[in-house]
Design a protein. Structure first.
Length: 446
């Protein structure tokens, strides 16, 4: 089936309409002449996935890998080797990498405390940036990153990839432009997992395979403990940003998108470290967030990091409520719409292998395919052939909801915020969390 025929017939209702304005990646090794060379910073987990996904897109090539741990570097090199012929150059120090003139853009997939500082440094060096969520460790960094993108005129896209998914794009059009569920006023999202205790970390010698000083980078120095690297830093405020920025970013971004809201007027949080006996986990493992906006709209999110009981039949997702019905999403590029009597009036499923082959002439894992759409949008924008689906001003506003939720949680009180910029009003103690301290010489500047 040719692509034009597929768009006309669309075996999943509404799918074709979501494809007409997208350039889908065709995975393969034969890159066109307008090649974009990428560097990838942080390749142990998410960056590893992004590197191999980007390497399979024609016109993209991984020229550099930047990491501070030997095992991560080996994983990254292996992943890229299966996707492209060129062997990337390894440069461990991001400052030295950014001195290189022969690459165009940087993918940042490090621990959260590095996201904004690295992205700001990259824009100043003339690089475009794809930065993983959250785009910042604190609100001040996010504002600096937005300013840096504008000052240096660089394309900066956050990894909230749902903004590029065709069915969700179509759903937003149906909700906001066509009014399929009436006037929308409330959204509810959720995320659950079954994470285990992380224990009490022991102070030990830094492994010879790790540059602990560079891993910490902009964060003030702390002793190395045996339960921080590679993942449990997420649950320490010094480096991480809680499950809110780790996962709620996606659903909060979608809910903000569907409701058409920007900055909140009121933020509340309830929760804590409830699931296990005391350990080094500082952020909440159980949390509910509530946001109110001008125009009579509100968003709620529930997170349970350590209890996998599903809501609405899935471990993550969101619901949009309107005066005539509701829209349900269960985490992927699919949705269901019901009327006010809960009768299903439309259901759109995620693209299956046959549909994917019709559009791209190949089949890839679903997650890889959906991430590739967002990366493709980033590459096309650099070439001047598209507009970013999530330029950094959009990404920052969604990240800010998570960060404000964290501040409400840490202060234990209601935050009243300016609907023009999200700044906290009349609460000097809460505003202390707007920024952070940095290691000497590492504070990001624009």
């Amino acid at each position: 089936m040719k692509r034009r025929d597929f768009i006309k017939t669309g075996t999943a209702a509404g799918l074709g309409a979501g494809l007409t304005h997208l350039n889908f990646p065709v995975f393969g090794k034969n890159a066109p002449s307008n090649k974009i060379v990428l560097g990838v910073m942080g390749v142990n987990s998410r960056g590893n996935w992004l590197a191999q996904t980007a390497a399979k897109i024609p016109g993209a090539e991984i020229g550099y890998i930047c990491d501070v741990e030997d095992g991560a570097i080996a994983k990254g090199m292996k992943a890229v080797a299966g996707a492209q012929e060129r062997k990337p150059t390894v440069i461990r120090d991001i400052r030295k990498l950014l001195e290189q003139k022969d690459f165009d853009a940087l993918i940042v997939a490090t621990p959260d405390h590095w996201h904004a500082p690295a992205a700001i440094m990259a824009t100043a060096a003339g690089k475009h940036v794809y930065v993983e969520k959250p785009c910042a460790h604190n609100p001040h960094e996010g504002e600096l990153l937005v300013a840096a993108a504008a000052k240096y005129d660089r394309h900066v896209q956050m990894g909230n990839q749902r903004r590029s998914w065709p069915n969700l794009q179509q759903a937003v059009k149906e909700v906001r432009e066509e009014g399929i569920i009436g006037e929308v006023y409330y959204a509810r999202g959720w995320y659950v997992n079954d994470r285990k205790p992380i224990g009490i970390g022991k102070k030990i010698a830094v492994p010879a395979t790790l540059d602990w000083d560079l891993w910490q980078g902009p964060a003030p120095r702390k002793d190395y403990l045996d339960n921080i690297v590679h993942y449990n830093w997420h649950w320490r405020w010094h480096w991480g940003t809680s499950e809110t920025c780790n996962n709620a970013t996606h659903e909060l971004d979608c809910m903000r998108w569907f409701l058409g809201v920007e900055f909140p007027t009121k933020v509340t949080s309830a929760g804590g470290r409830y699931a296990y006996p005391p350990d080094d986990w500082e952020t909440p493992d159980t949390q509910t967030l509530n946001f109110e906006f001008e125009g009579g709209k509100a968003i709620a999110w529930e997170g349970r990091s350590c209890h996998p009981f599903n809501l609405e039949g899935s471990g993550r997702g969101f619901t949009i409520f309107g005066t005539k019905g509701a829209l349900y999403n269960t985490g992927g590029d699919s949705y269901k719409i019901v009327d006010i009597s809960n009768k299903v009036i439309k259901e759109v499923k995620q693209m299956d292998k046959d549909q994917q082959r019709s559009v791209t002439n190949t089949v890839s894992p679903a997650g890889e395919f959906l991430d590739a759409i967002h990366i493709q949008n980033f590459l096309d924008s650099i070439r001047g052939n598209a507009k970013l689906n999530s330029e950094i001003n959009i990404g920052y506003r969604s990240t800010l909801l998570c960060l404000l939720g964290n501040i409400a949680q840490r202060t234990g009180r209601v935050l009243h915020t300016d609907p023009k910029n999200g700044h906290i009003l009349g609460d000097a103690a809460a505003m202390k969390f707007w920024g952070r301290d940095y290691e000497k010489g590492w504070a990001p500047k624009v």
